[in-house]
Design a protein around this ligand. Structure first.
Ligand SMILES: Cc1cc2nc3c(=O)[nH]c(=O)nc-3n(C[C@H](O)[C@H](O)[C@H](O)COP(=O)(O)O)c2cc1C
Length: 223
């Protein structure tokens, strides 16, 4: 599967089969969590066989069922924490997709289970990502047009157009797609709109943009 296949076939899945993660997938995801934590200075944890976070009213109201594994996106409080969690969280999401698993980003409709993961002093839990074997594979979301989220034009370079296209395939909170990419011929910018979870969304769409633009073409830096 190419990166494009992964981005195109990933959709949020809220209903899961009551099965543990396959051992090979678990091994690979655990290794990737370690890599992401080292690269981003984060404290992401893969929580397994924990059903409380998604068994409360709020999760059932959100139509979640069978969730027993999730990534807890934890990191040191700071100005770029949300964006970094978005970026590295989406890296985990697409790897899970490559391993035949399904996922759903969840910032609101879950319960906190403090003894299921570690949050050290000065750290914070930003969101979780449900992961497992989905009962179905989800459906494509409605999307804004490239021109609504960027300054793309007929003169834009191909890598910029492809980056924006990839960003529009990314999950965003409430499917708000409230971000903007601009390229003025020299400088590339990515900005979050105002609103809930837009910094988290920004990290997610930046990861997609990087993949869409082509390997090594764009590399975002986080402060
Ligand atoms: C940061 C973030 C937070 C989200 N929080 C929730 C949530 O609390 N509950 C929920 O059901 N879906 C949540 N979602 C999933 C979005 O609704 C979903 O990604 C969006 O509708 C686009 O659909 P897709 O992921 O299938 O492409 C969240 C997504 C993101 C990126």
């Amino acid at each position: 599967m190419t990166d494009w296949d992964l981005m195109r076939t990933r959709h949020s899945v809220r209903q899961y089969l009551d099965l543990p993660l396959p051992p090979e997938a678990l091994e690979e995801l655990t290794a990737l969590v370690g890599e992401c934590n080292r690269a981003g200075g984060l404290h992401i944890q893969l929580v397994q066989n924990e059903e409380k976070a998604f068994s409360g009213l709020i999760a059932r109201y959100g139509r979640f069922s069978g969730v027993r594994n999730y990534f807890a996106l934890v990191g040191k409080k700071g100005p770029s924490l949300e964006e970094k969690c978005g970026y590295y969280g989406e890296k985990l999401v697409l790897r899970a997709q490559a391993l035949g698993l399904n996922t759903c980003w969840v910032a609101g409709s879950y319960s906190r289970v403090p003894d299921a993961y570690e949050i050290a002093d000065g750290e914070k839990l930003v969101a979780v990502i449900a992961v497992g074997i989905g009962a179905a594979s989800g459906r494509p979301h409605r999307s804004k047009a490239p021109a609504a989220v960027s300054n793309v034009s007929d003169d834009s370079p191909e890598w910029f157009r492809r980056g924006v296209e990839a960003a529009l395939l990314a999950p965003t909170a409430m499917n708000q797609q409230n971000f903007r990419f601009t390229f003025d011929g020299e400088k590339l910018r990515a900005e979050a709109g105002l609103g809930f979870y837009t910094k988290l969304d920004l990290g997610i769409v930046k990861y997609h943009f990087e993949l869409g633009a082509g390997k090594g073409r764009v590399r975002w830096l986080f402060r």
